[in-house]
Design a protein around this ligand. Sequence first.
Ligand code: PLP
Length: 463
Amino acid sequence: MTNNTEQRQDTRDIQAADAAHHLHPFTNTGALNAKGARVITHADGVYLWDSEGNKILDGMAGLWCVNMGYGRQELVDAAQQQMQTLPYYNTFFQTTHMPAAELAKELASVTPNDLNHIFFAGSGSEAVDTILRLVRQYWVIKGKPYRNIVISRNNAYHGSTLAGTSLGGMGGMHKQGAPLVPGIEHIRQPYWYGEGADMSEEDFGKACAKALEDKILEVGPDNVAAFIGEPIQGAGGVIVPPSNYWAEIQKICNKYDILLAADEVICGFGRTGSWFGSQTLGIKPDIISMAKGMSSGYLPISAVAVGGRIANALIEHDDDFNHGFTYSGHPAAAAVALENIRLMKQENIIDYVANDIGPYFQQQLQEKLADHPLVGRIDGVGLVAGMALVKDKETRELYPEDIDIGTICRDHCFSNGLIMRATGSRMVLSPPLVITRDQVDELCDKARQCLDLTLESARKLGY
Ligand SMILES: *Cc1c(COP(=O)(O)O)cnc(C)c1O
């Protein structure tokens, strides 16, 4: 057998095993099984390779997480050393270990304000669940257990556990697994380009924040525990809010004494050019969740950083907080996260994103893609961006539902060596933070070529 034939046989074996036994996340299993999953075999820097030898530029850093890039030996060594010394121990019963304690200390130093106490979990969803339980417990401790409503937003993504699904604002998720967690309310999202009609961005930002006040008054200020939001919505299509939005939200939270939670699972760890998105967007949250870039995705780990107000209440309250996970503060994952932070500092990655590659990336996207007939508008900050695909640039008219323009574009990208994700009719990009200028150029050239192919496909389909 030639090498190629062997490769094809291996691919088919893997696809067959996968189709027979693997249920994929957020996937139409029947449709995937008929087609066969693409098999990714290895990766280095910002590139992936599949089982057929194709080299692919990963414009999504995995799933918004491989911030320091693939193939970082330092992260591998940190995991290996920790696994040899102490592969596992829990942090439940009055014990701790070096990686968890050191990582908590390190996180307290990179998080803004007084977010100085850390609760560990294994995934972003678990961190979000932890936020929900913590903010409700805070008000129980304060003698106001009736303050248990959490307000979130339509088209928010807060993970896929039942609490994450309920807090999130994804219609397709809400339809499955109901009834959802009670005591959660949603308001409109600050998506100016898509929903701002003929308002100025500033007026729209105000109107979207006003929706929070309206909701608070509707359910009764004394029943609300917290508001939760991603500084920039990620999975919702990279929605960058109008620049006055968060300041208005903050004012309203203060006015009604409502806790403010920022879900930093994507925005954290340098994505927007600061350690956390809250810093870039000028938010002062009482509590934040983090995951994804925390370990550059090398091992699963997440955390909630808790500010003084909630932390002091918990500490002064002479009782257990009855919550935790077997893998809270997992030593190997914590060691990798620690090493990841050390690497980020050593390579001045925050400064690189804020002052060099981030501005270059945004400028190149505007210069090379914004004039494309399919592109309505490109929004972004640092190394995250979203692109609205439209049928008509002038009127912002979208393609009708029966043509899935985003998926068509994504598939062209995949076939042409670029990972660019579709969420509805928005294309999103979130490359590794270590991407170089040459690689940004390559990304933009490929994206342009794939937008052309997408337009061609749409025309062939009669649109
Ligand atoms: C990905 C994500 C989550 C969920 O994280 P998982 O690790 O997939 O559970 C939660 N919130 C935001 C903002 C996310 O992007």
